[in-house]
Design a protein around this ligand. Structure first.
Ligand SMILES: Nc1ncnc2c1ncn2[C@@H]1O[C@H](COP(=O)(O)OP(=O)(O)OP(=O)(O)O)[C@@H](O)[C@H]1O
Ligand SMILES: [Mg+2]
Length: 487
């Protein structure tokens, strides 16, 4: 036997088919037993009633004899023909023993067929089949030919037991044949309606699981309207969704690779620029002397950042390296580069107090503020007025540092407002990628902080940033530097 046939038989035993087959046989058998018990009880009752009827005819024949006297030979012939040992008829309150064999007619048990009670007859019939010795029993019933009020007969139980066993055997054979036919039909029907479709579903799931990208492996749902049809259609939609997600993941992976490649080459170009700018420091011109260090530190920052991206090969930020950062100084640094962007007609006002310190990663804080300042300048540029300005101020509420970036721009377009902190969701501005705010929000989240729009209308927009000081996790209290920072 090869492996395929073995697993087929194994499936039949342990799989759904085997279970359906076993259950079908059990329930059909149970059905047969439920039919068998009342039918054997009914057979016994009919057998006894036939003997009652025969005994009545025998009794009437005996009464019709001249002088109602029947000789011994005739009496035993009549009783034997009727299959009973004694017959008595009752009319009114008179009871008359019409026929009786010469033997002892003391009965072991009497059954009254007039009651018509169903349950005891089933029990009685069942116990008769297991009798170990013959008994003489009495039976009381209404005489079928109405020759009296009731008739009593005495007869041996053994012949009845033999007839019942023969009948039971016939029924048993018939039951087995019928059970097999019915079980086969039910099994075939269930197999077709339930088992096969379930097998199709599970096989499809396994095959799809092996290669979920393969479009040909998506299940083709049938037009069934029942639960299996629903399962097929739901599975199809889940498989398609999964394929969509896998495809998106594939695109993102390709994008990640592209970013790594771009970062790599860009870093090399910037490194060359850095070497050249180092030489700028040697030029004596005061303007060059003023800008050269800023240019160098910007390039440093860019190269560092690209290095991180390449090393990690993913768009996830490094955990912040937090330190005590003077907000005023950080804002100065942001404005120094932003000045070149905004020109002279946009004022950049640093209102952060020298004493205000923030517990943050310096580089990341500068990136956040740069993003917000660039956005503010870009917004103002769409509607420049005489008093256009970007203003950054700060405050402290206990262990929470608050930073406000306010501009005099036209306000955030309503279409953008709901999803401006999600990546790639806003491309309202030409040349914008819609990443600046998403990156800022992510960086702040890593600090346990938040960014939100505290107001935005035609007069301008104010973004609010909050950064909590670190908590000393061992002692569960705020690090001491915030107390220093407060004054
Ligand atoms: N201060 C602001 N005033 C008005 N609109 C703003 C302001 N800041 C942001 N927005 C709106 O939110 C959008 C999203 O800004 P975000 O910085 O995330 O992306 P971007 O500036 O379009 O692109 P980039 O990735 O280059 O920063 C902007 O396109 C702009 O429409
Ligand atoms: Mg931006």
């Amino acid at each position: 036997m090869n492996q395929k046939t073995t697993s087929k038989w194994f499936n039949l035993l342990t799989g759904l088919s085997g279970k359906v087959l076993a259950l079908t046989i059990i329930f059909v058998m149970l059905g047969e037993v439920l039919i068998f018990l009342p039918s054997i009880a009914n057979f016994r009752i009919q057998w006894l009633k036939t003997h009652v009827a025969q005994a009545e005819i025998a009794a009437l024949a005996a009464e019709a004899a001249p002088g109602q006297i029947v000789d011994d030979d005739l009496r035993s012939t009549i009783l034997k023909g009727a299959g009973v040992e004694a017959v008595s008829l009752s009319r009114g309150d008179k009871r008359k023993l019409v026929l009786r064999n010469n033997t002892d007619t003391m009965v072991d048990e009497t059954f009254d067929l007039r009651s018509g009670n169903y349950f005891p007859t089933v029990m009685e019939a069942f116990s008769v089949m297991f009798l170990s010795h013959d008994r003489l029993i009495g039976v009381i019933d209404k005489p079928p030919a109405m020759s009296g009020d009731y008739i009593e007969i005495a007869l041996h139980e053994w012949p009845m037991r033999d007839a019942m066993l023969a009948y039971g055997l016939r029924i048993l054979v018939l039951s087995i044949v019928l059970s097999l036919i019915v079980a086969a039909l039910i099994f075939a029907a269930l197999n077709r309606v339930l088992v096969k479709p379930m097998q199709r579903l599970s096989t499809n799931m396994m095959q799809f699981g092996d290669m979920p990208e393969d479009r040909k492996r998506v299940i083709a749902p049938t037009r069934r309207s029942d639960e299996i049809g629903i399962a097929e259609r739901e599975l199809e939609s889940m498989q398609r969704q999964l394929q969509g997600m896998l495809q998106q993941k594939g695109h993102l992976a390709a994008l990640g690779l592209a970013v790594s490649k771009v970062s790599h080459d860009l870093r090399n170009m910037l490194t060359s620029a850095q070497l050249i700018s180092d030489r700028l420091g040697e030029v004596k011109d005061p303007t060059v002397q003023r800008f050269a260090p800023k240019l160098i530190s910007s390039l440093d920052r860019a190269i560092n950042f690209l290095n991180q991206t390449i090393t990690y090969g993913r768009a996830q930020e490094l955990p912040p390296r937090r330190e005590r950062v003077c907000l005023h100084d950080a804002v100065e640094e942001v404005f120094d580069t932003a000045k070149l962007l905004g020109g002279d007609d946009i004022q950049l006002i640093n209102e952060a107090h020298h004493s205000l310190h923030v517990d943050a990663d310096r580089e990341q804080l500068i990136r956040i503020l740069t993003n917000l300042t660039r956005n503010a300048i870009q917004a103002i540029e769409t509607r420049k007025g005489p008093n256009s300005a970007v203003r950054i101020s700060g405050d402290r509420e206990g262990a929470l540092a608050l930073i406000y970036v306010a501009d005099t721009g036209p306000g955030i377009p309503p279409a953008v407002r709901n999803k401006m902190f999600e990546a790639f969701q806003t491309a309202a501005r030409a040349g914008g990628t819609g990443l600046g705010l998403a990156i800022s929000a992510e960086l702040l989240e890593a600090h346990g902080g938040k960014i939100s729009v505290s107001s935005s209308d035609e007069q301008g927009t104010v973004f609010e940033i909050s950064i909590p000081d670190r908590v000393d996790t061992e002692k569960g209290r705020v690090l001491p530097f915030s107390k220093v920072a407060k004054n």
